[in-house]
Design a protein around this ligand. Structure first.
Ligand code: CUA
Length: 352
């Protein structure tokens, strides 16, 4: 027993020495590789705060790089002083010089850098501060409500009557300031389109405001950024920035009821009770518990940014939402006959 224990201890200590040697030998290379991969992965794409496509995002990205430069200046000064003390400085400093080094290097220099960074951030703040606008100050107001686990969206444009309901996709005109009104119906969610601007929480019983100005057309992604339950990581939306004329045409189309389609998909949709949770404007489906499906077929993604918007994905989601999005309030309809599922999916995909 004793021998076994000693053997084990010896083995473990040799093994840990081996691991340490390996780690030390390769650490710089591996560290550099991991660091550069991490840095590069955040630099571009549809969801990157470092690849700004909006006025607010640009300010935030600039603030980030200024902070990095300030931090790098302090780091270089500290490392330089360390190398100077360890390598080049032979005998110790006199007490007076040492005191001065501590005062200037340890207090005055960092204080100047930090005060400068604070001043810059404070100067930026007013333009990033959410607008609490009542009545609306911008021609377009988009109300987004966080739900478990999707986004209820409604557009209110100055020149139109009534809000236009949609879900899980936000479209905005290029070069025009848009006001977001952010709410939650259940728990705290958080709204963030990193490419366009800062983040804002959606809090039950409270209305938050955010205003964004998109400066590049394209499709971006917004994730929910506050843990809100089982499918928090499956709660996203696409944000599409369009030329103003195209946006107006799109909003006009969205304000219309659903097109009348041939086939019996609509009948099957209604007779299976889908209309008690979902609205398809222009039909007898007027439920408001779930996402508005009036123009579902025209959206880029399905199920809050997690599936491609295809007929097959719609069929799968109707049959097994409990597997695709655990914890979602949509009941599964796997008991429906295959031709019902197919007809309903094809009807919904046709709602352009
Ligand atoms: Cu909604 Cu996390």
């Amino acid at each position: 027993m004793q021998g076994t224990l000693r053997q084990r201890v010896v083995f473990l200590s040799r093994f840990s020495q081996f691991v340490r040697k390996q780690a030390l030998a390769r650490a710089p290379l591996r560290g550099a590789a991991i660091a550069s991969l991490m840095v590069m992965s955040g630099c571009a794409g549809v969801q990157s705060a470092l690849d700004p496509s909006g006025a607010e995002a640009k300010q935030i990205a600039t603030l980030f790089w200024v902070m990095v430069a300030g931090g790098a200046a302090i780091w270089l000064a500290v490392i330089g002083t360390l190398l100077y003390a360890a390598r080049w400085k032979g005998e110790p400093h006199s007490a007076q010089v040492a005191g001065q080094l501590i005062v200037w290097g340890g207090a005055v220099f960092p204080a100047i850098i930090l005060v400068a960074l604070l001043g810059y951030a404070l100067w930026l703040m007013p333009s990033l501060r959410p607008q609490s606008a009542k009545p609306p100050v911008w021609p377009l107001r988009i109300e987004v409500t966080g739900e478990q686990f999707w986004w209820r969206v409604s557009y209110r444009a100055e020149n139109r009557l009534g809000p236009i309901a949609s879900a899980n996709e936000i479209r905005l005109p290029l070069g025009q300031r848009v006001e977001f009104v952010l709410k939650s119906s259940d728990v705290i969610h958080s709204f963030w389109i990193p490419s366009l601007g800062g983040k804002m929480d959606m809090i039950p019983g409270r209305t938050n405001h955010l205003s964004l100005l998109a400066t590049k057309a394209g499709m971006f992604r917004g994730p929910c950024t506050e843990f809100c339950g089982t499918s928090h990581a499956l709660m996203a939306f696409s944000a599409v920035v369009m030329e103003p004329a195209a946006f107006d045409a799109w909003l006009e189309a969205q304000s219309q009821p659903a097109e009348e389609l041939t086939g019996d998909g609509r009948l099957r949709f209604v007779s299976n009770g889908c209309g008690s949770c979902h609205t398809v404007r222009g039909t007898e489906a007027t439920g408001t518990l779930g996402p508005d499906l009036t123009h579902l077929g025209s959206r880029e993604t399905l199920a809050a940014g997690i599936l491609p918007n295809t007929e097959e994905a719609i069929r799968r989601f109707i049959a097994e939402p409990d597997i695709i999005k655990p914890g979602s309030k949509m009941p599964s309809f796997r008991m429906l006959p295959e031709d019902d599922l197919q007809a309903i999916a094809s009807y919904l995909k046709g709602l352009k």
